[in-house]
Design a protein around this ligand. Structure first.
Ligand code: ATP
Ligand code: MG
Length: 529
């Protein structure tokens, strides 16, 4: 990059600028207030986690884990991956250059690994494996000269041995989080929160990262506000209350046209049989499906139901429905969730095609859509994940349910409805300048500094010029900053013990003592002027 190159935000990430940031603050602040009334407390989580945490919880076959995660690539990790790939090479080609490449990767790995041992990036427990790899490398060099066909089986054995040794070396493999439920559960287990009384109710907010194709409402760095309930109970009333909390937040934010979709996707007793049935039916229509769905027949048949592909809609309509295959317990749970929503006066739509792109969900799943977002219209997704705590090494008795709101999309939808533009009201004090404090002369500056401090203490938004300006220029700036008042302090005012207050909307001005100034500003403020 040349010296003069301009920097730009990278693809799929963006700056959130004022005045839009005021709307973000309102959304986040309202969430804090509403969640607090339901007894939720905030957890602040790291953005970096071990990749394995997401592999295990979200599922290796999901889009998120298989192609959207941002890993942190250390040289050691990259070469380790390469070696593991090459050690599995089936050896069909008796090609000396191929074998040479393998040996070169091994040698590069050894160089980097020895450095990493020394700098303690690699733990001492790896020393032995690295030593053995060293021997393997020597053997590879001396015992296996160029592509001698009779030595092929020995070369294969060497690759296998190297593969095994390399896979044993514990290289740090980190990832930017693509979502936060896994982190909440990790923290819950790590800090023994199962010892806490009652259900543990946590909320979080912050950025998530997924390498997706950027478009309206879909970014590579996006934000979520989420909440989780963890504890020994899976009572349907918990599911309903979590949804109630969400709907209350949306109502408080004046989000119009939000639609709640719900479904039950069964549990480990009934879902596997349904998935097999679905798979069998999908096999029959395989030829009429798109590439993604074809692949998902094997990897994740439920996700086919989620397809937006026009040509598949007719086929999907005729597929077996999970609702007809729920076991007794899941059916009863789902019926009770719906009854509990009814008790709370919450309207919902049942959507049998609603599945989620993460493996850990079971039973209750839900999604909320909002207007103004085009095809990215889901502002919130959530559901129950009773097996997740156990899967990540915690107690088998801990159940969980939660949701994540896409803050970017929520803000977009509010903006589309004109909610971002209410002057003053939304932005609150931070948006409006109450006082531009113009001073003229050194003595006035010191008086103005004191006055600015007292005004700010009282909660007024004050702009104090850092350097002295000519009268006209100073008052012009007050106008352009859209200050409500210019408060002028000059030698005359100092001598008389007053300030001149000019209302900038109509130019009227008056001289006031400090007490009168405060009373006047308070009166203006409470009149909502
Ligand atoms: P979608 O179907 O829209 O891809 P998802 O099922 O991947 O969403 P979840 O992982 O359930 O989404 O995340 C919950 C919410 O986070 C979504 O409903 C959405 O509002 C938001 N979200 C997910 N991915 C993105 C993204 N790349 N950019 C902006 N918001 C997102
Ligand atoms: Mg997605």
């Amino acid at each position: 990059m040349s010296d003069k190159a301009k920097f730009q935000a990278i693809k799929g990430v963006r700056d959130i600028l004022p005045p839009e940031s005021a709307l973000w603050n309102r959304v986040e602040q309202t969430a804090r207030e509403v969640f607090a009334t339901f007894g939720f407390v905030e957890i602040r989580l790291p953005i970096l986690e071990q990749r394995e945490l997401f592999d295990r919880s979200i599922g290796g076959e999901t889009d998120i884990v298989s192609k959207e995660m941002y890993g942190i690539a250390s040289p050691l990790l990259v070469i380790k991956g390469m070696l593991l790939g090459e050690s599995k090479f089936p050896g069909l080609k008796r090609d000396s250059s191929e074998y040479l490449r393998f040996l070169m990767s091994l040698s590069a790995f050894l160089v980097v690994a020895r450095d990493a041992l020394q700098s303690k990036e690699l733990g001492a427990q790896n020393e032995r494996s690295i030593h053995e790899l060293d021997h393997a490398f020597q053997a590879g060099l001396t015992h296996f000269p160029n592509a001698d066909p009779s030595r092929e089986s020995e070369r294969q054995q060497l690759r296998k041995d190297v593969g095994e040794l390399v896979s044993r070396i514990e290289v740090e493999d980190l990832s930017l989080r693509p979502e936060a439920t896994a982190s909440v559960v990790r923290a819950y287990i790590e800090h023994g929160m199962q010892m806490l009384p009652g259900n543990v109710k946590l909320y979080y907010m912050g950025p998530m990262f997924r390498r997706e194709r950027p478009q309206k409402g879909r970014y590579r760095q996006f934000y979520q506000i989420g909440a989780e309930v963890l504890g020994s109970s899976d009572a349907p009333g918990i599911d309903a209350e979590v949804i109630e909390m969400l709907m209350m937040l949306f109502e408080r934010l004046n989000l119009k046209g939000a639609v709640l979709n719900i479904n039950s996707i069964g549990d480990k007793n009934c879902r596997p049989a349904y998935v097999e049935k679905l798979r069998a039916e999908l096999q029959k229509v395989r030829e009429h499906l798109g590439e993604d769905s074809k692949r998902r027949i094997e990897t994740n048949p439920l996700r086919v139901l989620d397809s937006k592909l026009e040509s598949e809609q007719g086929i999907i309509a005729n597929l077996p429905r999970i609702a007809d295959h729920l076991c007794r317990d899941c059916r009863a749970h789902y019926d009770e969730v719906k009854r509990q929503l009814g008790l709370r006066g919450i309207a919902y739509q049942e959507n049998w095609r609603l599945v989620r792109g993460l493996d850990y969900y079971m039973r209750t799943t839900f999604e909320i859509t909002a207007p103004g977002l085009g095809s990215q219209n889901a502002v919130c997704g959530g559901g129950r994940y009773d097996g997740l705590v156990e899967l990540l090494g915690g107690p088998a008795t801990t159940k969980g349910i939660g949701f994540a709101i896409g803050t970017d999309r929520l803000v977009l939808s509010l903006q589309e409805a004109g909610e971002g533009e209410t002057p003053g009201g939304l932005a609150g004090k931070a948006g409006g300048l109450d006082v531009y404090l113009a001073w003229f002369g050194a003595a006035a500056q010191s008086a103005a500094i004191g006055l600015a401090g007292r005004l700010r203490d009282a909660g007024f938004v004050v702009e104090l010029p850092a350097v002295e300006m000519k009268f006209g220029k100073s008052l012009g700036l007050a106008d352009r900053l859209k200050a409500r008042h210019a408060v002028i302090v000059g030698d005359d005012e100092l001598a008389a013990g007053v300030v001149t207050v000019k209302r900038l909307s109509d130019g009227t001005q008056q001289k006031l003592g400090e007490q009168e100034l405060f009373s006047y500003l308070r009166a203006v403020q409470s009149a909502g002027d």
